[in-house]
Design a protein around this ligand. Sequence first.
Ligand SMILES: NC(=O)C1=CN([C@@H]2O[C@H](COP(=O)(O)OP(=O)(O)OC[C@H]3O[C@@H](n4cnc5c(N)ncnc54)[C@H](OP(=O)(O)O)[C@@H]3O)[C@@H](O)[C@H]2O)C=CC1
Ligand SMILES: Nc1c(N[C@@H]2O[C@H](COP(=O)(O)O)[C@@H](O)[C@H]2O)[nH]c(=O)[nH]c1=O
Length: 382
Amino acid sequence: MTGAGRDAGGTVAAGAEERSAAERSAMALGLDLARKGVRGANPLVGAVILDSAGAVLSSGFHRGAGTPHAEADALANAAARGVDVTGATMVVTLEPCNHTGRTGPCSQAIIKAGISRVVYAAADSTAEAAGGAAALADAGITVHGGLMAAESADLNHRWIRAAQEKRPFVTVKTAQSLDGRTAAEDGTSQWITGTAARADGHLIRSRADAVVVGTGTVLADNPRLTARNAEGEDAGQQPLRVAVGHRPVPADAAVRGTDGRFLQLPQHDPAEICRELYGRGVRHLMIEGGATVAGAFLRAGLADELVAYVAPVLLGAGTPVFANLGVHTIADASRWRWDESDGGAARLVGTDLRLRLVPLPAGGIPAAGESPTTELPTPEQP
Ligand SMILES: NC(=O)C1=CN([C@@H]2O[C@H](COP(=O)(O)OP(=O)(O)OC[C@H]3O[C@@H](n4cnc5c(N)ncnc54)[C@H](OP(=O)(O)O)[C@@H]3O)[C@@H](O)[C@H]2O)C=CC1
Ligand SMILES: Nc1c(N[C@@H]2O[C@H](COP(=O)(O)O)[C@@H](O)[C@H]2O)[nH]c(=O)[nH]c1=O
């Protein structure tokens, strides 16, 4: 239904020209509200209810799997304040669902509440939840899909990909020296990058559902793996902390924490690690190393994006960024392209350079002499 909508009679309407400025600003508000939600097994969704004059009657957002959906939250917030939503417009960042999971179908809640018009951004691509727009239209509600659909899809693009592939979207983050080392010869690595780059990396942790390191990193670094701000305070949202490997994680290891959000997987196979974590609701997985684990994910083709923080420091001998990639000749090289999303392909973060890359699709190997990359943008001065 994205890009089109159904009118009360069930006909598909172009929609865009009819959408008012009030609905557009309500959708922008819905997207802001959605960002307050908890990432994980469910997408981020926000909803705003407007009266016929375009004034906001109520709003809501989804706070994570098992909690009310954004539409239900907005309806409950209206009911709690005694606000009548009969004949109102519901503006929502994702097509209302049509299935009974841990909560009831939003389409039925909207019909029951007497909403007369629904404007949504992105269509629900999941087989279980799709069909909400059609159910609403069948009940005589005017439905328009596609308003700010790109913004909504962008907000949930890692979740959408995970739902399509039935495995977590994987971000591999590295902190490396200019000469491609992630630790000095003796295994010490704190710190290669500066405070601003590390805080930037913590932002990725706070948005991920889980952070994985190998037992080698646990034993060498005793990391906490929590998401913290530049002042060192814990972020509001914390990922599951995961150690992969067979060696025991010491009872007093910092990674265990005290919040019960630690897991050890005695496992080396990246596909199995993904399967296990997906089953636990992880949709965005961050790999923080070390070289052995990061290399294994790359080699398995299970790295969807790479965020490399490159410090202006040389370490000479030391640990490489990725071990055992399986590249023995140039024809086997692992090829990537620059990714301009989320702040750009190359950007100075404090004193370090942050590079963002995505793998070239299979068969995307450039011909000899051709650059596999788009032109690298000039980094902004901080
Ligand atoms: N600058 C940076 O960004 C980072 C630097 N580091 C540095 O890297 C170093 C640690 O690197 P490394 O030893 O490679 O650490 P890893 O964290 O990659 O741990 C490797 C261990 O994990 C287990 N393991 C899990 N999956 C696999 C697999 N697919 N293949 C083989 N083993 C697997 C094995 O342990 P087991 O025998 O228990 O099964 C293996 O010995 C430290 O010096 C640390 O400071 C670490 C992280 C980030
Ligand atoms: N050395 C290094 C990083 N190392 C990564 O951070 C982990 C430590 O996390 P924590 O204990 O939570 O602060 C460490 O084990 C490794 O995974 N990260 C960076 O951004 N820059 C750096 O220079």
